[in-house]
Design a protein around this ligand. Sequence first.
Ligand code: GCU
Length: 845
Amino acid sequence: MRSVFLVAASLGLTAAEDGLAGWLRYAPLDESIASEYSAPTTIILLNATENSPIASAGAELEAGLSGVLGVEAKVAEGACDTASSVIVGTVGSYQEACGDLPEGAAELGEDGFWLSTEGEDDTVQIIGQNERGAIYGTFEYLSMIAQGNFTKLSYATNPAVSVRWINHWDNLNAGGSHGSVERGYAGPSLFFSNNAVVSDTSRIKQYARLLSSIRINAIVINNVNADANILNDRNLDAIAKIADAFRTYGVRLGLSLNFASPQSVGGLSTFDPLDQSVISWWTRKTEDIYKRIPDFAGYLVKANSEGQPGPITYRRTLADGANMFARALKPFGGIILFRAFVYNQLEYSNRKADRANAAVEFFKELDGKFEENVVVQIKYGPIDFQVREPASPLFANLPTTSMAIELQITQEYLGQQAHLFYLAPLWKEILDFDMRWGGEELRVSDILTGKRPGGKTVARGGFAGVSNVGMEKSWLGSHLAMSNLYTYGRLAWNPWDDSVDMLHDWTRLTFGLDDEVRDVITQMSMESWPAYENYTGNLGVQTLTDITGNHYGPNPASQDGNGWGQWTRADRNGIGMDRTVATGTGNAGQYPPEVAARYEDVETTPENLILWFHHLPWTHKLSTGKTIIQHFYDAHYAGAETAQTFPLLWQKLEGKIDDERYEAQLYRLEYQAGHSVVWRDFICRFYNRMTGIADELDRVNNHVWRIEAEKMTLSGYSRANANPSEAASGGTAVTAGGGGGTASAEIPFDSGVYDIAVGYFDVSNGKAKWTLSIGDEVIGEWQGDVESRISKATSNGLDGHSAARKLFRGVTVEKGQTVKVTGSPNGGEGAPLDYVSFQPEGILD
Ligand code: GCU
């Protein structure tokens, strides 16, 4: 078997892969590399009980050494000095079996591990402070091997923070009549189906493995918009089985709670957190849970936010609410993550109103009032996972409270995994931000590790990542999006890790050791945030998406004029939120003085946040000399240009990675390239109309290479308005009736070679087909089936979510030939067509 693998690998053949193994593929190394390493042949597990993380470590070592090196190492009994062995244990079991700890292993903190690959006679030592640490060390060793890194080394490592949690927004009704994973873009829930907890945990064990390898120590499996029925006996029994599955890999389980549960499912007349009957109800419920799940991690609570019940309903404070749970959990060592995402609907007419102020307004005065096992969980920015936000000011307003940062791995506002977005650089920018709290250097990452001004500390801190992986084999839907899950775990362990270093490791583990594969993926990933920011929302104005809808495609009109507070305050004169203390909402003043002063002044506010903090005229000049409106136009054109390069870069990797993942990702990148132009055109049209200020380069609304569908000769097709109108070129598209339609025109451009782009709409209630022909020749056919290929949010309307673009490269045409698009409707999809563009080389029309 082994030689077959190696022959296949050395021939460069790449077997199909579905992504299920993520970065834990244990793919065979080339023999030339593998032969450099004298791998251990015996695996000695100290104190491995059935289903324990140490037993899992043994299974991983067998699979890993076999898969990567072809070495059939086996778990066996053996002495501590058995030659050619890898020994795995905890500090306690090691001391018992082998005597003194190696120097260095003595300093391990909770979940930490010691790894040494430089023992005599090819021995490897992995010693965890606990069983969790032991499996972390095992995965680290296997990660080195899988990357062909056989360095001899010894070191101890400890986590920067104790809270390294994953949150899931999975609904109990998942797979039922509606809903599954809120803001999930990779299929239904792993945990719930048809209003019940799943009983088959095989997929969950695979997930547990991935999470353990990135050192996640707890997972909350249900939505923060919590269904109180999660707590009934039948569900808790089934959840205990899920906890068992996670426990084999050292991941503990937590639950989101609905604050009103004592009333809605407990039969009490109240859910007042100071009412004794309510306190007793939660105490008993918590005892119940610990009876079933003795290592239960704790609770996650969203209270008094977006319609959720909470203590404020009874005029109690949020701390009263959090502490009620904290006291119930304390005897068992559990903790409560209490979300700071609390805000009210606001009056748009009030220029002082500001949702960005809400978290500090609600929580600042509660500092010092929380029980020791409360951790306040704070979204990275003051609003809601936007393409760019300043760090939340709340991080520098709770001197004695433990805090966790909430990051979103699922790309809710960031392209929903249909667009490439490597998140680590965005997260790093927040983590690295120096709050100058107390006038000293105190970065957000320091604050999360418990540091406070004046050398003070608090007990805990950490990370909560909303992953929302689903049943799709690739976990997040997009293979490249998995770098975000991987680096999330890496940063939770070590927030000072480097975005590119982490990505390189992930790339090698996921796609192999080829340098070009690594370089291409690194280039695309590192360009992905700037590109997306360029073609969505610039200068700190937020992601200009459909704020009241599905948060996917462009719709800037939805930002303003409502109570949600994700405002841009754009009008014909200017744009941006005035958050200064002097004339605005005062939000800048929520930061420590040095930072506050920087944000108060337009001259010292970083330009990429200038519209977050200031309302400025469209004609305000930036440091580049460009006006804001011209910057918007240029950035959108630049962002879409960059996105066009992604499929071309990816195509360099054909044959270097397996076809299955190659094709699946290529589809997404081509789709993204098209949708980036949709974004560009929509946003440019919208602000062009609002401001009446022309693009200096005369690109906006001036598509000289396009033939608008509504101006073509139509048969079976008729005009249809897009809504919003900016979603269509010229404001109008055409759709066909049941019998189908054709749209044709004489090509007015000079004979030559063109990239032909067709603008169309891929709505989700049908799978229409389109055919493009030039003269008698069929250039290509495609189907409107993105809804079954990418699990992003869908739409049945002609809007910014459904607008799409298909590209045919290098087509030779002659002036005067007929271009024809034939549309065959299906279901509710009338093969909607917007335009055909003939792009000469180097032009992105
Ligand atoms: C966002 C998101 C909601 C989610 C909420 C939260 O608003 O769109 O789906 O419930 O955040 O974090 O609680």
